[in-house]
Design a protein around this ligand. Structure first.
Ligand code: 0A1
Ligand code: ZN
Length: 885
């Protein structure tokens, strides 16, 4: 374990309204790395000039720097004595500097001791960097803020046996060998960039190459670099990359701007992936895939993240953020772009369903608790703690609402204007919105509240039909509960995409007040006030309103009765809304079951729910993916979100009982679907093939609930014979929920087969962490001491500890408090090694106010225990304090 000094008292939070332009700008940066795991020498040569916009004519030069062993400083070629500068824990200050000068520094760092995985570090013997958000200051002294954009060159020097591959941003310009036998490579990035986009990779990786010709005919060399032995798992990532490059040209008119694009995969990584200019660095989990090692969900995730990082080349790299408060400017917009790519290249409705499910599970939960914050936070202590579902996923919804309000054409013009006007600079959210306003003429002043106010608005509707007047009056009301630091909320501007469905299931014509003619189809209502009425004339029959089509705003809708939901589930013309109505129907049925259990009554499964599931089974041939989604009962997180006091035991029981009842009613149909996968069919990722695999797993779950003996048999068969990881893991997950010899045998076989593959072993840990079997707590505790468990590997930590805390509602929240104690202990341990990973896991405690008093006390106690540790990192402390509030 690394030595850990007691952290310094927390610095005051940074505030959005205190932004000040940098005192100095940097034009060029020349870096030379003598790469050595124990002592890497970094020589940096910067050309600097004073920035008039800063406003103080004689401001000193302040450079960020952390954990750097400074060896020399030269100003315009002259060595500075220690009396000319002040060196502190967070940087270097030099007074009395000219208006323009060069600064040369030399520092020593120890990448092999960097377990935080921020800055330059060693993983599996190879060198990697991670500089977002503030990692560059752990490499060299620099004004480490995104509004300082410079042109970089980087020369990497290393032992050729150990590091045959030497990569950095931009294009390779020169290489050679030194008299001592070490080799070097020089890279030059012609595009100005902020320091957080700097990257280097050096090591013994295998490279897979391909090429892409841009629409203007330029050749781009593509390279994906992975550990030896993984080269047979990169075809998918390469295909995704080429598809994403083409799509960005077609959908947004954006072409790649360098001769070379590299992706390197690393198994120790704090996040998913990173968009460094021309050299993306990826968590191996988001690159490597083979049908027998990766599930369909992994394949889809890889596709989206490869696209996401590639899209950052324009929304993030060419146009970056002025400061970290603007994080959603690049992240919300780029998530929106990767969602659009997913919708266009797969199935639009399915893709939207999956994205909305994710938003609700993660972002709505965040918005409902003490960690709620606006898409653009107003203050932060550690920016690393703000890479959240709110900044990313809700940020994407905000961009989507802008497009819904002004329409696709104006949005695209606004986007082009935003890129053209801010190219090669560091922009703000206002710059983005201004471009949209200028192209559409729409006034976004009220809309800006989406960036400023936290919380998920509740949207309630009431409808009244006057048959004599053929008039339908729709009343919409919005309300947003207080969030930390924001007691009062002003009304949001909410775009409500909607249509009216008639009693026969067809879309009705209507004329909204102010419109010239009646027409049918989707309209967008703009709700501005707390309460507003919309009057539709010429409505021939009493309608059921279909509201929030395509999920046109990130709000919680209520007002439908169950008959209305059933009608929409059967007839809505919008695919997303049909699914949504069915889910809402099932959610209410389950909430009723939960309430019955809490009253000590037996659960009577709603026959209409069973009928809806039977109808979904009718889709099994024609639309298996949609059928699988409809058949998946609402998740425990969705049910919890709807309860005043979360009751994990009742939620679990209600789901199990309902699954069993539906399973019994439709037993034979489920049994027929969960047979073995067809091993002779070629592997395909088309929606129907993935749908059939998903359906097999869902059907198996019903069969196991309805008929445990037959289900166990079928699960064993599927586990043993499935040709894909999707089928095998689906079966293993269900087996893991049973405390049976079949489970033990399957887990042992899986472990023996895959223990040499880190990513598949992560699945083995994750499945056990999320199991509902009665002995889960003992088993998870034992896994924290397993020889293959490694706190230093973020993927492994997430697979066991985070998966247990975030994904095992039943046992994490066990009334004994053992689950809480286990996670708190592991957070404390990982904090000594990697504070970002510790901090990110604390959110599993943030929902404490939603539980009964006994669990509340236990969860608060776990947070207090963490806070009582004087050596807790500032990152984890910030999260624990916010979660505790
Ligand atoms: N910008 C990356 C996410 C990322 C953020 C921070 C990291 O290190 C602390 C790494 C990656 C993205 O959006 O994909
Ligand atoms: Zn991103």
């Amino acid at each position: 374990m690394t030595e850990r000094p007691v952290p310094l008292p927390d610095a005051a939070p940074r505030r959005l309204d205190e932004y000040r332009p940098p005192a100095f700008l940097v034009d060029t940066v020349d870096l030379i790395f003598d790469l050595d795991p124990a002592a890497t020498r970094v020589r940096a040569s910067l050309t600097l000039r004073r920035n008039k916009a800063h406003g103080i004519a004689d401001a000193p030069l302040e450079l960020d720097g952390e954990g750097l062993d400074l060896r020399s400083v030269l100003l315009d070629g002259e060595a500075l004595g220690a009396n000319r500068y002040a060196l502190g824990d967070h940087g270097l200050t030099i007074r009395d500097v000219p208006d323009e000068f060069t600064l040369d520094t030399e520092v020593i760092i120890a990448p092999e001791r960097n377990s935080e995985l921020s800055g330059l570090y060693v993983s599996g013997g190879d060198f990697f960097t991670q500089c977002e958000a503030e990692g560059f200051r752990r490499i060299t002294f620099f004004p480490d803020r995104p509004d300082v954009m410079a042109r970089y060159t980087a020369t990497l020097i290393a032992d050729p046996a150990r590091c045959p591959l030497l990569l950095s941003n931009g294009n390779p310009v020169d290489r050679g060998t030194l008299p001592d036998g070490r080799h070097w490579a020089k890279w030059e990035d012609p595009h100005p960039k902020p320091s957080y986009l700097f990257a280097l990779v050096a090591g013994d990786l295998v490279s897979v190459h391909d090429a892409f010709v841009t629409r203007s005919g330029r050749q781009v060399q593509l390279g994906i670099h992975v550990r030896r032995g993984d080269e047979d798992k990169v075809d998918h990532a390469m295909a995704c990359l080429k598809r994403a490059m083409r799509w960005d040209e077609e959908a947004f008119g954006l072409e790649y701007d360098l001769d070379i694009f590299n992706i390197a995969a690393v198994s120790d990584f704090n996040m998913g992936a990173m968009e460094n200019k021309g050299l993306n660095i990826f968590n191996t989990a988001l690159v490597l895939a083979r049908p027998d090692t990766a599930t369909d969900a992994d394949y889809q995730r890889i596709d989206r993240v490869i696209a996401h990082e590639y899209f950052h080349n324009w929304t993030g790299d060419r146009v970056t953020c002025r400061d970290w408060f603007q994080l959603s400017l690049k992240e919300g917009l780029t998530v929106f772009r990767d969602q659009e790519y997913g919708a266009a290249t797969t199935d639009a409705a399915l893709s939207r369903i999956d994205d909305v499910k994710m938003l609700r599970a993660r972002q709505f939960a965040e918005d409902a608790g003490p960690l709620a914050h606006p898409v653009r936070p107003a203050a932060y202590r550690k920016i690393d703690n703000f890479y959240t579902a709110t900044v990313y996923e809700k940020g994407a919804e905000v961009v989507r609402m802008i497009r819904t309000i002004i329409g696709h054409a104006a949005f695209r013009r606004g986007f082009d204007r935003y890129i053209a006007r801010n190219d090669n600079s560091a922009a703000t959210i206002e710059d983005f919105v201004a471009a949209m306003r200028e192209e559409s003429g729409f006034d976004f002043s009220q809309f800006m509240r989406w960036y400023e106010q936290a919380g998920t608005p509740q949207l309630r509707f009431e409808g009244e039909y006057d048959a004599a007047a053929r008039r339908y009056t729709l009343t919409l009301r919005q309300m947003t509960a207080p969030t930390p630091g924001q007691a009062h909320k002003e009304p949001f501007l909410i775009p409500v995409a909607m249509g009216l469905i008639g009693p026969d299931g067809a879309e009705l014509e209507a004329r909204l007040e102010g419109e010239a003619d009646a027409h049918r189809g989707t309209r967008v209502l703009l709700l501005r006030a707390a309460e507003q009425r919309f009057v539709f004339e010429e409505v021939a029959a009493p309608p059921v309103p279909s509201l929030l089509r395509g999920f046109s705003a990130p709000v919680k809708l209520s007002g439908h009765d169950t008959a209305g939901l059933a009608h929409l589930a059967a007839h809505d013309t919008d695919g997303f809304s049909r699914w949504e109505a069915g889910q809402e129907y099932a959610t209410r049925a389950l909430l009723d079951a939960i309430a019955a259990l809490q009253r000590g009554e037996a659960v009577a499964t709603d026959p209409a729910l069973v009928a809806a599931m039977a109808a979904a089974l009718d889709l099994a041939q024609e639309a298996p993916a949609l059928a699988a989604r409809i058949l998946s009962l609402p998740g425990k997180d969705v049910l919890a979100d709807r309860m005043a006091v979360i009751d994990p035991d009742a939620i679990h029981e209600a789901l199990e009982t309902s699954r069993a009842a539906i399973g019994r009613a439709l037993r034979d149909r489920f049994a027929a679907l969960c047979g073995a996968e067809d091993a002779s069919a070629p592997f395909s990722l088309d929606p129907a093939s993935m749908g059939r695999r998903a359906l097999g797993n869902v059907a198996l779950a019903y069969l196991m609930a309805a008929d445990p003996a037959a289900g166990l048999d079928a699960a064993q068969r599927r586990f043993e014979t499935a040709p894909t990881m999707t089928g095998r893991l689906g079966a293993l997950a269900l087996l893991a929920d049973t405390a049976t010899p079949a489970r033990d045998a399957a887990l042992a076989a899986f472990h023996a087969r895959w223990r040499g593959d880190a990513l598949v072993s992560d699945k083995w840990f994750r499945i056990q962490a999320m199991a509902t079997a009665p002995d889960t707590l003992d088993r998870v505790e034992a896994l924290t001491r397993h020889a293959d468990f490694d706190l230093r590997n973020p993927n492994r930590f997430r697979a066991l500890v985070q998966a247990f805390g975030a994904g095992n509602q039943r046992w994490f929240h066990d009334a004994s408090g053992r689950g809480y104690a286990l996670v708190a202990r592991m957070i404390g341990e990982v904090d000594r090694v990697n504070r970002q990973i510790a901090a990110r896991c604390i959110d599993v405690f943030a929902s404490w106010q939603r539980f009964d008093p006994a669990r509340q006390a236990l969860m608060r106690g776990a947070l207090d225990a963490l806070l009582a540790d004087p050596a807790l990192s500032a990152n984890a402390r910030e999260m624990a304090e916010r979660a505790r509030a």
